[in-house]
Design a protein around this ligand. Structure first.
Ligand code: SF4
Ligand code: MG
Length: 326
């Protein structure tokens, strides 16, 4: 499949804060890539750079081969059609003074498409149906809907322009646990039916266990591990990925017990003054002196891409879930 999105050494620095610091990845047509990391890892900023809510300070963003790192006003309009974003909190991202029907139709208006009232209403009805909402919802205000319904409205709006890429930034994290699964399933179904490429941003690895084709793990502005979902879940190589997996809840209680909980704590270092060498060394339970001095390069190791000094070329290395039992 052709490459839809390509990031090359993407950087977003806010003065001294290196929120994103050299991220490279590719997403192919129809592919879902999960971008995973704690809050503060820079993953949302990557999403905002792709949608071009912010202009990257370094590197390149390519969409279907076209450089979209810096865009003119008219190019931006085109870009808004090709790439959509769904945010974490639908309450904050939907204009409370707009009727749902106008919210969903807004991308059509922004594109300057000249549809008759009737055609526009039909598009809105189709858009709402697609996300499991009745057409009558068009005449309601966002605050009259439940959180799950509001997020469905956001998804309907995001898909209105038939984007080639959807950025979903923690789309279920603000929702009741009881509706998270249904919204995740909806996204998965829509992705399979329509076939758009998707960057799914999440702090919760378990949320993407059935959705992602690929997983990219971010720590303090940089990628530390990347691979297929199967590979990352079966053989997480980077100690940080292992910690995230150990912290993720799993449905099967037997499996949960088998996982040693490794608490990362709240001590994420600042992106303003990231630790020397491997940025994870201040929290890594298996760090060696070399880790504070030398930056580990991202490299191919037996089926995945990992940045850790202790991972061998064949992919073997430390497993903090075994060593952290004391
Ligand atoms: Fe831990 Fe060192 Fe590997 Fe970084 S390079 S993850 S500190 S072992
Ligand atoms: Mg975020």
């Amino acid at each position: 499949e052709p490459v839809v999105l390509e990031l090359e050494d993407l950087a977003m620095h806010y003065g001294p804060v290196r929120a994103v610091d050299g991220v490279s990845l590719q997403i192919r047509r129809g592919q879902v890539t999960a971008l995973v990391g704690e809050s503060g890892s820079g993953k949302s900023t990557v999403g905002r750079c792709i949608v071009r809510l912010v202009e990257p300070t370094g590197g390149v963003v390519r969409l279907a081969g076209t450089d979209v790192t810096h865009l003119s006003r008219s190019q931006m309009r085109r870009h808004r059609r090709d790439v959509s974003i769904v945010f974490q909190d639908p309450a904050g991202s939907l204009d409370p003074r707009m009727l749902v029907g106008d919210v969903v139709a807004e991308p059509l208006r922004l594109q300057g498409s000249r549809l008759s009232r009737q055609d526009r209403a039909q598009r809105v009805t189709d858009g709402l149906r697609r996300v499991g909402l009745r057409p009558e919802v068009a005449k309601r205000y966002p605050h009259e809907l439940s959180g799950g319904q509001r997020q469905r409205v956001s998804i309907a709006r995001a898909l209105m322009s038939e984007p080639t890429l959807l950025v979903a930034d923690e789309p279920t994290s603000a929702l009741d646990v009881s509706v998270q699964a249904s919204v995740l399933n909806l996204l998965a179904d829509l992705q399979r039916d329509i076939g758009f490429a998707c960057l799914f941003i999440t702090h919760d690895l378990s949320a993407v266990e059935y959705l992602a084709d690929d997983i990219a793990v971010m720590y303090l502005g940089q990628l530390v591990e990347q691979g297929t979902r199967e590979e990352v879940f079966a053989r997480p190589r980077h100690p940080y990925t292992q910690a995230l997996l150990a912290a993720a809840p799993v449905a099967d209680p037997a499996k949960q017990r088998a996982r040693t909980p490794v608490l990362l704590g709240d001590d994420l270092p600042s992106a303003m003054d990231p630790p020397s060498g491997c940025r994870f060394h201040t929290r890594c339970p298996v760090a060696v002196p070399r880790c504070a001095e030398e930056v580990p390069a991202l490299r191919e190791v037996g089926g995945a891409t990992v940045a850790c000094h202790l991972v061998e070329d064949d992919g073997t290395g430390p497993d903090i879930r075994k060593t952290a039992t004391t």
